[in-house]
Design a binder for this molecule. Structure first.
Ligand SMILES: Nc1nc2c(ncn2[C@@H]2O[C@H](COP(=O)(O)OP(=O)(O)OP(=O)(O)O)[C@@H](O)[C@H]2O)c(=O)[nH]1
Ligand SMILES: Nc1nc2c(ncn2[C@@H]2O[C@H](COP(=O)(O)OP(=O)(O)OP(=O)(O)O)[C@@H](O)[C@H]2O)c(=O)[nH]1
Ligand SMILES: [Mg+2]
Ligand SMILES: [Mg+2]
Lengths: 279, 286
């Protein structure tokens, strides 16, 4: 049987609603739907095969391709990269950057790496105290300057410290900032220019919906994203924002944050996520 | 984009006292997309568009509105029916409690609300009842520090109930007392229980649920859980200075009948506005 446009569109419409309910951004759902239509309309299907199963199967293929094309072995990268490896964490306000840095520090120390943290948020009230408490809890060295000082200088200081003490990894925190504030994005660009981080990790929350597209795109266009971490998956959103971020950036999702404790960080698993969203 | 497609459709419309069915369907389709893109709950978008279509087609055109304005007016009324026109908080002695998901902007908003009342010449103080988050005490005390706002907290105390009890005694000469609480979500049963216990001890006159403007499809479920637990008086939407449209708050409101009270528009202590339904709806529709 030749697949006709009308029947395929009807099934696509139902799948689109499932993706939207899973927090995949409308813009991304449109693009995925277009790709599916192009792959299916006019093609042949065997008589016994149900159309809805065929379309869903094709959707899963498209989603897997999206993730496999950008897969990345974080630990292998760290092992092989010249030390110190400098990782800068960026994102809008409140997404979980500071807490995620603490979790990543624990993961790396569990694998026998030495870590230093740079208190790169010199702006927000209580930011340095917050990361200092995490560093103390984990027994990690923290480099900090006083509140209001230049974040580029703190991070620079941390990198020099890592070089002098032969520390493997520098995890640099930065203040949350709205992607609508050009001066704040410019500040990130300056941090990047001065410190040349090996990886810029975009931290966003799985509890956000369509806005992930705007934020990921803006951060990617101005400072460049090498990979992303999606937090707060334990609040039980479906996790479609990971699809939005992966689609817009073309870069890997490295971890999911699944809680507020130091061990609440799991490696990204595309098959698991796709299964969760499609129910 | 919604405006361009609507202008294109309006050019084809003939004058009549009832509106053209084809025109309404086109417009409702565009509105659906705008609402979905704004993070309104998918189920709510379907309900809203069904109601909108029925009302727009059955109601007579207002003599002074063109067909497009008629549909927008019907939609505006539907939405304002849900979110309300703001919450009038009396300028008198009262206690206020802020709750919400992790990172939604509660601590910052507690400081902003405190400044709001201080500006109206009410003796205002805040209590840090977040015993979980590292640096919570420092964050809130620094935020209210220079503004003549009272502060109570106990850095080493892990029992939030104790802090609230002690805080109420220490701050008895203040007119407005606002309590900051730790972030929590519906699946954290022990934290939901803590919130219920805090509410019993603090006995707030107003309980605000703080929601990030960018919150997605889980907004209505979370709002319902908070409302079922302690009864919410109003929603405060934060981070409206980003690009997020706040559709999640619309859904939270629809699910629980809680009105929207304030909007946070930045990180500074003055970045708090009273809720304006017209501006909210026009932003929602892009
Ligand atoms: N439930 C849950 N909460 C999280 C997760 N990650 C972070 N949080 C919480 O989210 C809140 C904000 O986390 P922060 O680490 O301060 O976020 P941030 O991005 O550094 O915030 P700013 O620096 O203010 O932009 C805190 O209460 C964290 O404990 C997660 O995976 N799950
Ligand atoms: N741009 C912007 N940032 C905001 C707004 N409200 C809060 N923030 C920022 O969002 C981040 C989180 O705010 P907090 O006040 O720490 O959030 P919280 O709900 O108390 O977080 P937890 O206590 O960890 O649950 C901080 O970086 C704030 O400065 C707002 O209206 N606009
Ligand atoms: Mg932070
Ligand atoms: Mg807080």
């Amino acid at each position: 049987i030749i697949l006709d446009e009308r029947k395929v569109s009807k099934i696509l419409g139902e799948l689109e609603l499932i993706l939207l309910e899973g927090d995949v951004a409308l813009e991304v759902v449109d693009k995925i739907s277009e790709e599916l239509k192009a792959n299916l309309v006019g093609k042949k299907k065997k008589i016994g095969v149900r159309l809805s199963n065929l379309v869903e199967h094709e959707l899963i293929k498209v989603l897997k391709k999206l993730f496999y094309s950008s897969s990345f072995d974080f630990y292998k990268y760290i092992e092989e990269r010249e030390k110190p490896v400098v990782i800068l964490f960026v994102g809008v306000n409140g997404t979980g950057k500071t807490t995620t840095i603490a979790k990543v520090a624990k993961k790396l120390m569990d694998r026998d790496h030495s870590v230093v943290i740079a208190a790169g948020d010199t702006f927000r009230a209580g930011a340095i105290e917050q990361i200092e408490e995490h560093a103390t809890n984990l027994g990690v060295k923290l480099i900090k300057h006083k509140a209001g000082s230049d974040p580029s200088a703190v991070i620079y200081d941390a990198i020099q410290h890592a070089r002098a003490k032969k520390i493997d990894i520098v995890l640099a925190d930065s203040a949350g900032r709205m992607h609508t504030k050009k001066n704040l994005l410019d500040q990130l660009e300056k941090i990047k220019r001065i410190n040349s981080p090996d990886l810029i990790v975009f931290v966003d929350e799985s509890t956000a919906g369509n806005d992930c597209v705007e934020r990921a795109r803006m951060f990617n266009e101005t400072v460049g994203i090498d990979g992303s971490i999606l937090t707060k998956l334990d609040a039980d959103p479906k996790g479609g924002s990971a699809i939005s971020v992966a689609y817009i950036t073309g870069k890997p999702i490295i971890f999911f944050g699944i809680g507020q404790e130091y061990d609440d960080l799991i490696e990204f698993d595309a098959d698991w996520l796709i299964d969760r969203i499609l129910g | 984009k919604l405006g361009d497609s609507l202008r294109g459709i309006v050019r084809k419309i003939a004058k009549s006292s009832k509106i053209d069915k084809y025109f309404v369907e086109e417009m409702v389709r565009d509105i659906q997309r705008a609402l979905l893109q704004a993070d309104v709950n998918v189920r709510h978008v379907m309900q809203l568009s069904k109601n909108l279509k029925e009302r727009a087609l059955s109601e007579d055109l207002h003599p002074r509105l063109n067909p497009r304005e008629h549909v927008i007016k019907v939609l505006y009324d539907e939405i304002v029916d849900i979110i309300g026109k703001g919450v009038e908080i009396p300028l008198s002695k009262q206690k206020i409690m802020l709750v919400g998901l992790q990172g939604s902007g509660k601590t910052t908003t507690v400081a902003k609300l405190a400044k709001y009342f201080k500006n109206k010449n009410l003796k205002t103080a805040v209590i840090c009842a977040d015993t979980f988050r590292p640096g919570a005490y420092d964050q809130l005390s620094q935020l209210v520090g220079e503004h003549g706002i009272g502060f109570y907290g106990e850095k080493r105390e892990k029992d939030a109930i104790k802090i609230v009890k002690n805080g109420l005694k220490a701050l008895k000469d203040y007119e407005v007392i606002i309590a900051d609480t730790a972030g929590r979500h519906a699946l954290e049963e022990d934290l939901i229980k803590e919130m219920i216990d805090l509410e019993k001890v603090f006995q707030p006159d107003y309980k605000f649920l703080v929601l990030d403007a960018a919150i997605g499809q889980l907004a209505s479920k979370q709002a319902k859980a908070f409302h079922d637990a302690i009864g919410i008086s109003g929603i405060i939407i934060t981070k409206f200075d980003g690009t997020a449209k706040g559709g999640g708050s619309l859904s939270a409101s629809k699910e629980t009948s809680i009105p929207i009270a304030f909007i946070g528009t930045g990180e500074r202590i003055d970045d708090l506005e009273k809720f304006d339904p017209e501006r909210f709806v026009s932003r929602l529709l892009g």
